[in-house]
Design a protein around this ligand. Sequence first.
Ligand SMILES: Cc1ncc(C[n+]2csc(CCOP(=O)(O)OP(=O)(O)O)c2C)c(N)n1
Ligand SMILES: [Mg+2]
Length: 361
Amino acid sequence: MPRTIIKQFEVEHLSILDENGNIDESIKPELSDDRLKEMYHHMLVARTFDEKLFKLQRSGKIGTYAQVKGQEACQIGSAIALEKDDWVVPSFREMSAMLTRGADKVKVVQSWNGDVRSYNGSGPNLPTAIPIASQLLHATGIAWAEKLKKTNNVVLTFFGDGATSEGDTHEAMNFAADFKLPVIFFCQNNQWAISTPRSHQMANETIAQRAVAYGMKGIQVDGNDVLAVYKATKEAIENARAGNGPTLIEGVTFRMGDHTTSDDSSKYRTEEMVKEWEAKDPLKRLRAYLQNKGIADDGHFNWELDTITKEIDEAVEAGLAIAPPPPENMFEHIYEQLTPDLQEQQEALLAELKEMQGGAQ
Ligand SMILES: Cc1ncc(C[n+]2csc(CCOP(=O)(O)OP(=O)(O)O)c2C)c(N)n1
Ligand SMILES: [Mg+2]
């Protein structure tokens, strides 16, 4: 038997808005001027809030913080393409997406202070998932439920380049493709999993190409180009709603900050690398486009920044004023019914707290 080629594949890369704010008119998505301004608004909220939260951590006012800086286009371009009843299943770096979906800024501050009460347990936005890639299984499960219930809703889940090495990612993608579930797997390839570079995370050149192996659609987009992200996500959503199953989107971007405030990235990457990506800043290029087209001017941008800064300052003040939760709160939202060993630990803690209170009297 001669050897024959039975499968060949191509990986599409989508880029619309370049680093100078110029656009490829032939492929630009349908978006009104107001919608474009809305996108920039969300990006500016994310950038401003991110800086504020970083400073709050540095001054000891909040716990660990994971910066979003550089990834705003990935998160906003995708989240804004969803409808109200669609689900977002995030990891831990998705503050921009959640704010775009209407998250309360006060609760964002509360949540970075480790207060579980910041999540109200309802609505189609799941809470932060710290165990890497666990949320992909939740997304596939929710999409299966939506399919069984015959709704028109889709699920969008975010994960990182590092998460692609987890078994959970494989299980979630294989199941979703096989059952043709309405999920969008959005990988924010920010080039790093803490100190592990993407080049050492996998031997394949793109993450998007893995879609071929699962039998689903896959596309790589310029993750710092909010228009390309929006267009690819919109197409994936339409495809999912039409019953054609999941899409894997790889947004190529860069984590501009440290992994979290507990990390020091100068130990494993050079300043030149970061500088190179500064030139590709997602906010700068959308702002340049809006200015080039006469859609918004400096006056508008300055007004936006002032209004947003004021709103964030107020939210921070309110968030920091919330008293910390009682220690026994740590046992809530783990299981519907605590396991015997956790129950034992809870009782021991309650007894200790009672003793402490007794001692204080
Ligand atoms: C199952 C699991 N293993 C390890 C960790 C520790 N950890 C936290 S973040 C991270 C790297 C994640 O990288 P990536 O998926 O690229 O996301 P990014 O931080 O770049 O957004 C690791 C290994 C964890 N939280 N969960
Ligand atoms: Mg990463």
